[in-house]
Design a protein around this ligand. Structure first.
Ligand code: NA7
Length: 481
């Protein structure tokens, strides 16, 4: 269910969510409400893109430039650029020739889009496509879905937020928040500690059925080894495939929709409302572009290796340059004129996903090497924001000029992130978690899967140990040295 900010009890008591899983307009209303209630708008420059950030060694400050021509000067640079904020359209030949409207699911216009009477093509079957497809199908004259790789989707069971659930949450917020903060994924599910391999098959499927009826990510907490053991994982994968075959009338289409190339959960598990049932509609066609890849776009449609499709509108649900894309889009240059893009040429390296060696007083909120996208983002964002705030207070109050991680701490942490990831099934999938969706991007599994609770404890221990692994420097000469 939707998570809200926890930093103000008044805020969390007064806000009323309409549904279990909130839609975009309500999330936007919530963000606007928070901005107004805490008078944040005067400190925000809207519609502004940061183009470069350079560390000036002469005074140990950051010089930040924007696309509006601003030149700003800052002591601390907090990069809260998001893990999934750089949408990507594949460079299909002829993409500029297409004369119809096109949209990207990650950059949707803030107005109603009318698909009435249109022949619409959706490219992609990741999370955003799974959410968009049922809605588009309700309005379009005809919808053609171009699928390269099928994904696992589980039901959201979305609907109006039950008043009893809301009352319970609001009365017990403190306990729920405490539970989420020490949990593995930053959530409040009751994770099953048992291995799937200890149970007999009927118990395994009963447990999966129970989690299925809860909806969403609960399924991935059915067993302790679902994301570490291929046999345990296969129980859950097969369980969802059976559900797909039940939900889709045409057995050939059902087979095409059944994922077979990655363990369940190693690509972002999709959460759906009527996704599979949408393929039972007369106005929806599924096209396999794994067999016959998309070759090009032309003025009135799209051509695959096997066929041609006339389309009025195309929806690209083709994902993001995730984890590092938005950071590297900005020309970030640290000490000694070293660019972040050069430091990360072989994949990102950080300490705790928060700090990069050679980039003093720069912090990355939910950066690569932190739980980030494999956790409840709200919980992880708040933890980082609190940690960074405390760290900055420490630097200022103790009379330091800068803080940055040591290369040794960065290397050790980066190796730890890889080691923990390698103990799971995640690296087996060609996912955006590994950068595999972007041609030429170095393959690196970047989220930290050591658990939200453990990670928080590590961060707090490092603070208590006098910011172990960080260099604190007092004057410009030291920073330059
Ligand atoms: P995803 O999950 O990265 O999905 C992108 C989809 O686009 C996926 O099905 C891709 O197939 C498909 N794709 C990408 N390029 C092509 C080409 N060239 N041809 C055909 N199909 C293509 O992105 P989303 O935006 O849906 O979700 C991203 C995250 O945002 C989500 O996980 C949530 O955390 C929120 P592929 O699998 O690569 O074969």
């Amino acid at each position: 269910m939707t998570y809200s900010y926890s930093f103000s009890d008044d805020l969390q008591q007064e806000w009323q969510w309409a549904e279990r899983f909130t839609r975009q307009p309500e999330i936007l209303r919530y963000a606007g409400h928070v901005a107004d209630r805490f008078d944040l708008r005067r400190d925000i420059r809207f519609g502004t893109r940061v183009t470069s950030a350079r560390f000036d060694q002469r005074n140990s400050r950051w010089r930040v430039a924007t696309d509006r021509g601003d030149a700003l000067d800052a002591r601390f640079l907090i990069m809260a650029t998001g893990c999934l904020s750089l949408p990507r359209v594949p460079d299909f030949p002829g993409v500029d020739d297409f004369e119809g409207d096109w949209y990207h699911t990650g950059a949707w216009p803030h107005r109603d889009v009318d698909f009435g009477g249109m022949r619409v093509g959706v490219i992609g079957t990741g999370s955003t496509a799974v959410q968009a497809i049922p809605r588009v199908a309700e309005h379009a004259e005809h919808l053609t879905v171009f699928q390269r790789t099928p994904n696992f989707a589980v039901p959201a069971w979305n609907g109006p937020l039950d008043s009893e659930v809301e009352r319970d949450r609001k009365e017990n917020y403190a306990a729920y928040r405490a539970k989420a903060r020490v949990s593995f994924g930053g959530d409040v599910f009751d994770a099953n500690d048992a291995s799937a391999l200890e149970l007999d098959e009927s118990e395994v499927f009963a447990e999966l059925e129970r989690r299925w009826s809860v909806g969403g990510f609960a399924l991935l907490t059915a067993f302790s080894d679902i994301l570490t053991d291929e046999r345990a994982n296969e129980f859950a994968a097969e369980f969802v495939r059976r559900k797909i075959r039940e939900r889709v009338d045409d057995p050939d289409i059902a087979e095409l929709l059944c994922p077979d190339d990655h363990p369940i959960g190693t690509k972002r598990l999709c959460v759906d409302s009527n996704y599979y049932e949408t393929y039972n509609r007369d106005n929806v066609t599924l096209v396999d572009v794994r067999q016959s890849p998309i070759k090009e776009l032309f003025a009135t449609g799209l051509r695959t290796a096997a066929s041609e499709y006339d389309l009025d509108t195309i929806v690209f649900a083709t994902g993001f340059d995730a984890m590092t894309g938005a950071l590297l889009e900005i020309d970030i240059v640290g000490r000694d004129d070293v660019a972040l893009s050069d430091c990360w040429a072989d994949g990102p390296r950080t300490y705790l996903g928060l700090s990069v060696a050679g980039f003093p007083n720069m912090f990355t909120i939910t950066g690569p090497g932190s739980p980030s996208v494999l956790s409840n983002m709200m919980v992880s964002i708040e933890q980082h924001v609190e940690w960074v705030s405390d760290c900055i207070s420490h630097v200022v109050e103790e009379g330091y000029l800068t803080i940055e991680t040591t290369p040794a701490a960065e290397s050790e942490w980066s190796a730890h992130v890889v080691e923990v990831g390698d103990g799971t099934l995640y690296p087996l999938a060609d996912s955006w978690y590994t950068g595999a969706n972007i041609p030429g991007k170095p393959r690196a599994f970047t989220p930290y899967v050591g658990g939200v609770g453990n990670y928080r404890e590590t961060c707090d221990e490092i603070t208590a140990d006098g910011y172990r692994g960080f260099d604190l420097r007092r004057d410009v000469a030291d920073v330059t040295a």
